[in-house]
Structure formats: C-alpha cells, structure tokens
Ligand binder design. Structure first.
Ligand code: NAD
Length: 243
C-alpha cells in the first residue's frame, strides 16, 4: 500500500458531512467472498439463485444454495480492521454514517450505529404471506423451505433479491445523505449493481468529493472518483484514521 496523499487527509479532516458507501469488498478479509473478482461467488453459483422469480418458483433449492452461499460464511465472519476503522470514525464524530450494500451485519458488529442497509440483511427472515419478520435464529431449517410459525406462509431471507425494490426507508435515507455529504468514501464496491451503484453519482452531482478505496479500479474510478486509494480496505482505512 502506498502512503495516503496529504490532500486526502486534509479533505477528511475538514469534511462537514462525511459518509461511507460500502460493498462486498470491505468484508472479503472477514472471509466473506464478494460477487465478482477473484474468489467471487459468481464463479461458483448462478446469479439466478438470487432472482426473486427463481426463489418463488424453486424456494427449496434456492434456500439450500443461499444457506451455503451466505449464511454459513456470514455466521463465522468477524469484523476486520476496515470495519473497526469506520466504527472509530463514527465514535469520534468523523463519520455521519454508512450506507452499505452488504447484508452481513459486520458494520454493526464493529460498533457503527448509523448504518443504512440498502439491501436488507441476513439477520431476519420475512413471511411472504403475513409480512411478519423473525430473527433467523428462531427459525427451524430442518425442513426446507422454512415456513412461517404463525400462518405457514413461505419465509424469505430479509435481504433484497434481484427484481425486488429497495426498502423505502433505506432508499430515502441514502438519497438524503448523498445530497448532503461533502465527502463520500466509496469502499470495496464494483459499482455495477443498480440502483445502489447510482448513489455515488448523486453525491458527486451535489458537490461531494469522492475518495475511493478498492483493490482494483471500479466503474467509478475513472468517472467520478477524485482520489483512488488502491489496496486492501483493511490496510487503507486504519491508515486513514491514524492521521
Ligand atoms: P462486488 O462483488 O460486485 O465487488 C466487490 C468489489 O470489492 C470489487 O470492486 C473488488 O475489487 C473489491 N475488493 C475485493 N477485495 C477487496 C479488499 N480487500 N479491499 C477493498 N476492495 C476489495 O460487490 P458490490 O459492489 O458490493 O455489489 C454486489 C452485491 O453484493 C451487493 O449488493 C451486496 O448485497 C452483495 N454481497 C454482499 C456480501 C456481504 O454482505 N458481505 C457478499 C457478497 C455479495
């Protein structure tokens, strides 16, 4: 990792409303593979599994794969230094909040309180009949697909599948922060999953500086990023807060 440019540290120090926008890359070193890139989930699984129409048609098979793909790895994962650095920033009043595309709960485990989960989470399941939500841990998976203890309806992970809308409160909060932020830290995201990927463009349009942290150039790098810090989030973020 190269050292952090003085200018970046300066912007960070003087920012009025810094916000982070995170993707799967920030959790890679916690042992959770991303969708794309080396070791990516799509090298092993068909993205169709996360399509809502596929889930509704084949809930049993879908649950089986999703449990292997996400739940078994997320259960074991712990926050890494990148998550802790963002938690420290929030604690010190140097970060207004995080908008995450991740569903792994690691920002909250690290200590962040202001987290907008743009794609929901894996903590809960939701009944597609009566709408009741349950913590995942309360649900029996002995028989797949799991059913609602109250009405017998099909239970779905409470994260956003392809073809589903973004939770309204998360979408509103994210939009508001994007319009208010003067510094957006874009961390570990390829920038291809819409509509989440459009959020940094709103921030840029409203005048924010974009500091990007990624192992490789993303869709943002040569378009809207003012600074591209190339390397592992777990090394770059702790270096940012030490300054
Ligand atoms: P993505 O898989 O499309 O891209 C991952 C990005 O992270 C790439 O740009 C890659 O270069 C970068 N990266 C990999 N390792 C890194 C590291 N150590 N440090 C910094 N950057 C690193 O991920 P995405 O853009 O977030 O979009 C895909 C969707 O993936 C999201 O909607 C999210 O819900 C879902 N997802 C979430 C998790 C999770 O919750 N941890 C895991 C896999 C996928």
């Amino acid at each position: 990792m190269k050292s952090i440019p003085e200018e970046v540290l300066n912007i960070l120090q003087h920012s009025r409303f810094p916000v982070a926008f995170t993707g799967a890359g920030i959790s890679v070193e916690s042992g959770i593979p991303p969708f794309r890139g080396p070791g990516g989930i799509w090298n092993k699984y068909d993205p169709e599994i996360l399509d809502i129409s596929y889930f509704l048609k084949y809930p049993e098979e879908s649950w089986e794969q999703i449990r292997k793909m996400f739940y078994e790895v997320i259960e074991k994962a712990r926050p890494n230094p990148a998550h802790y650095a963002l938690a420290e920033m929030e604690n010190q009043g140097r970060l207004k909040g995080i908008i995450t595309q991740n569903i792994d709960n690691l920002h909250q485990k690290a200590g962040n309180k202001k987290v907008v989960e743009y794609h929901g989470n894996t903590r809960d399941v939701v009944c597609l009949e009566c709408g009741k939500k349950y913590p995942l841990l309360q649900i029996s998976f002995e028989q797949l697909p799991p059913r609602c203890p109250q009405c017998g309806g099909l239970l779905k992970p409470d994260f956003v599948f392809f073809g589903e809308p973004i939770p309204a409160d998360a979408a509103l909060q994210a939009e508001e922060w994007m319009k208010n932020t003067d510094l957006l830290l874009v961390i570990g995201t390829s920038g291809v999953v819409v509509p989440a990927s459009l959020l940094p463009y709103t921030a840029k349009q409203y005048g924010a500086k974009i500091i990007e942290v990624n192992l490789y150039p993303s869709e943002y790098t040569n378009r809207i990023s003012d600074y591209f810090l190339q390397g592992k989030a777990s090394e770059i973020l702790p270096a940012l807060i030490k300054s």
